[in-house]
Ligand binder design. Structure first.
Ligand code: BES
Ligand code: ZN
Ligand code: ZN
Length: 507
């Protein structure tokens, strides 16, 4: 999709489909939706429809007019952004998405969006939100369908009236980078497990890295042995597919001060999670191809970081494996030794994500990371606790958490902080080893998993403690619902917020 900004009057723009946004202005007398433009021609063309009461401007609601009077456009689509007093860039991102998802099934290839004029939509952020919404809406999951029709939208032109569009253009360009990176992550998550093996994930990461100028190394089993990653290795044992340890580095153009933070992004890349010997039930098991969504989020964020070029060093570590049952598979009761030297009693082989992350987090610290963030489809329990809207955030540091939460005003993603305090540590005590890989009970399962990860970010004789955030995206990385602004399937959760969090450290 070609998406561009254009200084032009929408009424005079020839297009098969012109979009204008409206907000539900309940305080007006009589109540009527407010069109978010000053264009007299657009206001005139829509007046009868807006005053008739049949269009309420609810978020995602649409009204289509053919051959609108006084406009060059063949069709005019009014898209509701919801209540005027709730209006913000997150509603606009969705509204922009609606425009593309409206056009796709109708084979409308080109559309134009009237840039909304409203004080609650600051130009730079609004431009970014439109670019993101439109590009994210283009994604569909039907990759392997023989009857797949090419319904892609070819061009989206955003028409604005600002003589100085520097800010607008900057926000817009950022939006394109971030959304294309999020779509890249979504395309990885959408791939079936037989296509996207750990090796293939490594190849696609390396290809992306070469394209955007990141260094990328993809290691296999030998390196895991060399690093003594006993926790990660245990998970890989049951599969004939070799694991992949993917390591990417982003180095800013100007070398940061020696004591500047080094950010470590760590992803869970289980390309398929059968549960292993602790086999999962068959129902919905096919969805476990998305158990590498944390890895995909980090790989997508690295792409965005490479293109946005913040002044901060970033290291990305992805631990990828397939969790399978087999004669060689690890099993309940096994004791394994993690890279950090901690011994782990395996209680359940389905709690494999925390095992690969244990070594991934520790390894990132040995590479110099001072601040760690990991994303993982780690527990079903997080969905039970928070539903499917908020992802869980766990951290050992309030300041780092605050810095992350601050980015959500721009990205619109939702996270809820969950407890991860040492009074939960008893849950992971083992009789035979240092820790066990599941909680003593099933209560607070998302926190137990976080407590397990926390063991690998604390101070050791060789390494200082790292400031750390764990994002449990198991409930939010995949959506079964087709929304008006975005397709069902992989959501690309965490790409936008991780990217913004990294940028917030730019010196
Ligand atoms: N990959 C799953 C978690 C998951 C569940 C992701 C649902 C997406 C949707 C993870 O490896 C897992 O199986 N966790 C177990 C942990 C349990 C054995 C302590 C779980 O959540 O049941
Ligand atoms: Zn599992
Ligand atoms: Zn898993």
């Amino acid at each position: 999709m070609n998406i561009s900004l254009n200084l032009q009057d929408s009424a005079a723009f020839s297009t098969p489909l012109l979009i204008v946004f409206a907000a539900d202005n309940a305080t007006a007398e009589p109540a009527s939706p407010a069109l978010l433009t000053n264009s007299a021609a657009l206001l005139a063309a829509t007046k009868p429809w807006l005053s008739s009461g049949e269009f309420k401007a609810a978020l995602g609601e649409t009204l289509l007019l053919h051959a609108p009077t006084g406009l060059k456009a063949e069709r005019l689509l009014i898209i509701g952004l919801g209540k005027a007093d709730k209006l913000g860039i997150h509603q606009l991102r969705k509204g922009a998405g609606v425009s593309v998802r409206f056009a796709k099934p109708r084979s409308i290839r080109d559309l134009a969006i009237t840039f909304p004029e409203d004080k609650s939509l600051p130009a730079k952020h609004a431009a970014r939100a439109i670019a993101e919404g439109a590009l994210l809406a283009e994604f569909d999951i039907d990759t392997y369908r023989s009857d797949r029709k090419d319904l892609s939208v070819h061009s989206v032109t955003v028409l604005h009236q600002q003589s100085d569009a520097t800010d607008l253009q900057q926000g817009f360009d950022e939006g394109i980078i971030v959304a294309e990176s999020q779509n890249f992550a979504r395309s990885l998550v959408n791939e079936p497990g037989n296509v996207l093996t750990p090796t293939e994930l490594g190849k696609r990461s390396a290809a992306m890295a070469a394209e955007v100028g990141l260094t990328c190394e993809v290691h296999s089993r030998a390196k895991l042995d060399e690093l003594k990653m006993g926790a990660f290795i245990s998970v890989t044992q049951g599969s004939p597919e070799p694991p992949a340890l993917i390591v990417m580095h982003y180095e800013p153009a100007v070398a940061p001060a020696a004591d500047a933070p080094i950010l470590g992004l760590v992803g869970k890349g289980i390309t398929f999670d059968t549960g292993g010997i602790s086999l999962k039930p068959g129902d919905n098991m096919e969805k476990m191809k998305y158990d590498m969504a944390g890895a995909a989020a980090m790989i997508g964020a690295m792409r965005a970081i490479a293109l946005l070029k913040p002044a901060v060093r970033v290291i990305c570590v992805v631990c990828s494996a397939e969790n399978m049952p087999d004669g060689k598979a690890f099993k309940p009761g096994d004791v394994v030794t993690a890279m950090s030297g901690k011994t782990i009693e395996i209680i359940n082989t389905d709690a494999e994500g925390r095992l690969v992350l244990a070594d991934g987090l520790f390894y990132a610290r040995t590479l110099g990371a001072t601040h760690l963030i990991n994303a993982a489809t780690l527990t079903g329990a997080i969905g039970v606790a928070l539903g499917l809207l908020n992802a869980g955030l766990f951290s050992n540091d309030d300041e780092t958490t605050a810095q992350f939460m601050e980015t959500l005003t721009t990205t619109g993603e939702k996270y809820w902080r969950m407890p991860c305090t040492d009074d939960y540590r008893d849950q992971i005590k083992s009789q035979i080893a240092d820790i066990r890989n599941t909680g003593a009970t099933r209560y607070g399962g998302a926190t137990t998993a976080a407590m397990f990860l926390k063991e690998f970010v604390t101070e050791t004789p060789e390494l200082p403690a790292a400031k750390w955030i764990h994002l449990d995206i198991a409930g939010t990385a995949w959506s079964d619902d087709n929304d008006a602004w975005i397709s069902r399937g992989p959501t690309g959760m965490a790409v936008r917020s991780i990217t913004e969090w990294v940028r917030s450290y730019s010196s």
